[in-house]
Design a protein around this ligand. Structure first.
Ligand code: CA
Length: 411
């Protein structure tokens, strides 16, 4: 931090340059935003680190021109974690303690859907977490989810499948298909989000469990911590993965060097996989996931320890690690995220919406050619820790730690 005096002016000069560049480039004239604003983040950064390229943080602000309404359509959810659109327009919501609820698009909640989640440990950051519906859900009623499971050697992020009972009251045939080993006692940094790809396999995001010895496991390939994994619905590695033929390496590893990835979605136009991960102090990251790549944690990061110390050698870039597309300092503490894949609000088409926990707002990012070109904050006046956000029929739905379900839709 002793170089702060030297780096801080440089940092702001670069920021200014980045705004100027974006404001005057011909590309910006094709943006579906009428005006550009100063960056939405005005707070003091925690670090003196410089971005690797202009626009990697504190991009120009944007404002949605289309009139939209924000409505709390339900309250009283018990620590909702995941909100997932159903094919019929309703929403399936997981609750941390191990229950689910179905909400109609106008917020009528079902009774709690129960079912045996064997050895669920909802302590700390754990519990029933991410959820995704099987591609044939309408006929099979099969869903896949992640939860933290207590075992004899500690806790583990587990992937399970189950069927929603005909009366939508229970989960049936619960079966764990995968465990992100090894076990650790600590009840933190499970990751916990999963998504189906177009071929019917699962991408699974796991965290590094927030203990120093496990932190470095994000860099080694003999374990499933701090990774994006690619597994079949039987929990086996998807064939042909980047490490399929590397001895001593888990064949299900798709990318590595992640801290606590909590949001995952495919870009609707490019089909590419994007992941947002919770960083330490000052290092939340949005990453574009490519097979076999190293995303740096904990040796390369834009964050610092909570006590202010550098992490490792304080390196933000290296040749063998991928740069985040975007990062936040101070942090937003990202939860879930969704791309907006609808024409109802045309200026939102293919934008990314990210739930902000500590920041208490939804982040809207405008993306052009895999670069962030605009940032906006929604629900900033609500004071809620946003845990997850999803899009259904052109409306956004968000759940909060305080138990609310929000709907944001065109007026
Ligand atoms: Ca990284």
């Amino acid at each position: 931090m002793k170089n702060l005096k030297f780096y801080l002016p440089l940092f702001f000069a670069l920021l200014l340059l980045s705004c100027k560049t974006n404001g005057s480039s011909s590309k910006s004239e094709t943006l579906p935003v009428s005006e550009k604003y100063p960056p939405v983040e005005t707070g003091q950064p925690n670090t003196a680190y410089l971005p690797a390229f202009a626009g990697q943080t504190r991009i120009a602000g944007v404002k949605t021109a289309t009139p939209y309404e924000v409505k709390i359509i339900a309250e009283g959810l018990a620590r909702p974690w995941s909100v997932v659109p159903m094919p019929d327009g309703r929403l399936l919501i997981t609750e941390k303690g191990g229950t689910l609820r179905i909400a109609t698009a106008d917020g009528t909640l079902s009774a709690a859907i129960t079912g045996t989640l064997p050895n669920l440990n909802s302590g700390g950051q754990g519990g029933l977490q991410g959820l995704t519906l099987a591609p044939d859900f309408e006929t099979s009623r099969t869903l896949y989810f992640m939860f933290s499971e207590k075992g004899e050697q500690g806790n583990v992020a587990a992937v399970a499948k189950a069927n929603l009972s005909a009366g939508e009251t229970r989960l049936e045939n619960v079966q764990v298909i995968y465990r992100a080993l090894p076990y650790w006692e600590k009840e933190m940094h499970y990751g916990g989000r999963l998504i189906f790809d177009r071929k019917g396999n699962l991408f699974v995001a796991t965290g590094e469990r927030s203990v120093l010895p496990a932190r470095y496991k994000a860099q080694s390939l003999d374990n499933a911590l701090g990774k994006i994994l690619h597994i079949t619905t039987d929990g086996k590695p998807v064939a042909g993965g980047p490490f399929a033929n590397t001895p001593g390496v888990l064949a299900e590893i798709y990318s590595y060097g992640h801290r606590n990835p909590l949001g995952i979605d495919f870009h609707p136009a490019t089909g590419e996989l994007w992941v947002v991960e919770m960083g330490p102090r000052g290092g939340d990251e949005l990453n574009l996931i490519q097979p076999g790549k190293n995303y740096g944690w904990p040796t390369v990061t834009y964050g610092i320890e909570y006590n202010g110390n550098t992490i490792g050698e304080g390196i933000t870039a290296s040749e063998d690690t991928e740069q985040p597309v975007y990062y936040w300092d101070p942090v937003i503490s990202p939860g879930g995220m969704t791309f907006y894949d609808s024409n109802i609000i045309p200026e939102w088409k293919n934008n990314l919406f990210i739930a902000g926990l500590s920041s208490k707002h939804i982040i809207r990012l405008v993306i052009r050619e895999n670069k962030i070109v605009g940032e906006e904050r929604l629900l900033e006046d609500q004071g809620q820790r946003i845990r997850d956000v999803a899009e259904s029929n052109g409306a956004l739905f968000a759940v909060t730690d305080e138990g609310r379900l929000y709907r944001i839709r065109k007026k």
